[in-house]
Design a protein around this ligand. Sequence first.
Ligand SMILES: *[C@@H]1O[C@H](CO)[C@@H](O)[C@H](O)[C@H]1NC(C)=O
Ligand SMILES: *[C@@H]1O[C@H](CO)[C@@H](O)[C@H](O)[C@H]1NC(C)=O
Ligand SMILES: *[C@@H]1O[C@H](CO)[C@@H](O)[C@H](O)[C@H]1NC(C)=O
Ligand SMILES: *[C@@H]1O[C@H](CO)[C@@H](O)[C@H](O)[C@H]1NC(C)=O
Ligand SMILES: *[C@@H]1O[C@H](CO)[C@@H](O)[C@H](O)[C@H]1NC(C)=O
Ligand SMILES: *[C@@H]1O[C@H](CO)[C@@H](O)[C@H](O)[C@H]1NC(C)=O
Ligand SMILES: *[C@@H]1O[C@H](CO)[C@@H](O)[C@H](O)[C@H]1NC(C)=O
Ligand SMILES: *[C@@H]1O[C@H](CO)[C@@H](O)[C@H](O)[C@H]1NC(C)=O
Length: 238
Amino acid sequence: MYILSQSLLLKFIYFFITTQLYFIQNSHGNQINCTPSSCGEIRNISYPFRLNTDPKRCGPPEYVLSCENNTTSLYLNSHKYLVHEINYTKDTIRLAIPNVTLIESCSFPKYPLFDDMFYSYYYYVANSVPISFMSCPYPVNSSNLLEITSHCADKKLYGVNGSRAYIIFGKDVHQVKDMCEIDLVVMTSLPLKIKENVSFSTMHKALLNGFEVSWILPLSNECVLSPIGGYNFCGKTQ
Ligand SMILES: *[C@@H]1O[C@H](CO)[C@@H](O)[C@H](O)[C@H]1NC(C)=O
Ligand SMILES: *[C@@H]1O[C@H](CO)[C@@H](O)[C@H](O)[C@H]1NC(C)=O
Ligand SMILES: *[C@@H]1O[C@H](CO)[C@@H](O)[C@H](O)[C@H]1NC(C)=O
Ligand SMILES: *[C@@H]1O[C@H](CO)[C@@H](O)[C@H](O)[C@H]1NC(C)=O
Ligand SMILES: *[C@@H]1O[C@H](CO)[C@@H](O)[C@H](O)[C@H]1NC(C)=O
Ligand SMILES: *[C@@H]1O[C@H](CO)[C@@H](O)[C@H](O)[C@H]1NC(C)=O
Ligand SMILES: *[C@@H]1O[C@H](CO)[C@@H](O)[C@H](O)[C@H]1NC(C)=O
Ligand SMILES: *[C@@H]1O[C@H](CO)[C@@H](O)[C@H](O)[C@H]1NC(C)=O
């Protein structure tokens, strides 16, 4: 059911080429005397990453991290992501959105995790699972749906005029019904058993855990334009 978009693919190929060139240029750059930095829990911040306080020659701007109050964050396309872990063996960085409480209180911030910009520098690893927040003008029954209408009712957003709020775990687009809207899509790298783990506490755990992305752009990638929220889902095919 996924629609492969030719123009999107072309865009990714373009970004792939430019990013590769960037790496090649940088590997010829002067990175001597670039000692690893650390910030709070993140101990070994080294190429391609650097802190914003490190010399510019130590890494390209897309991989600059900020250290605020012993918390490491990445600003990408003016959005903030918390850095939970960097693994130089797997070439992955685990990010999480800040303000999980905002989402829990149903004031969905429309955080664009599926922004095209994201795919210029980072790719989701294969095991990532999307968690989507959907609102519908009528009740919907499905095994992978978690109804959160009553949870959100006090915010006067749902339960009014019969409107319902749901969480969808996974990529099954058949869950999105006519006239329903996707309010927010977030990713998680928690190994979820989608049939068994549909609960509010799983959602909470998943958002706190965050999602893993790789900074090595794959040679052969899998990008699909998902009808869920119209986002592009790119995964590393390993
Ligand atoms: C620190 O990062 C470098 C790669 O930049 C890696 O070779 C090294 O193993 C890392 N050390 C630790 C303790 O993770
Ligand atoms: C820094 O962290 C401390 C303790 O975790 C917290 O009380 C304080 O509000 C934080 N400051 C900022 C600017 O985030
Ligand atoms: C950050 O952590 C270091 C060591 O863990 C500590 O010495 C320092 O006071 C902390 N800074 C802030 C702003 O919390
Ligand atoms: C990085 O990932 C590998 C493979 O999953 C794991 O064995 C290793 O412990 C991880 N390294 C760090 C520093 O977390
Ligand atoms: C997160 O919360 C802080 C403080 O409440 C706020 O300044 C910031 O704009 C929020 N970020 C998002 C993405 O909503
Ligand atoms: C939806 O589920 C409720 C109970 O959970 C049940 O009463 C109702 O018949 C179901 N509707 C459909 C269309 O399956
Ligand atoms: C509910 O429906 C009424 C009448 O159609 C409308 O005026 C009101 O704005 C609706 N409320 C919400 C929250 O959509
Ligand atoms: C998902 O469910 C399985 C089986 O019930 C359980 O073992 C696992 O811990 C759950 N995972 C999460 C993230 O809650």
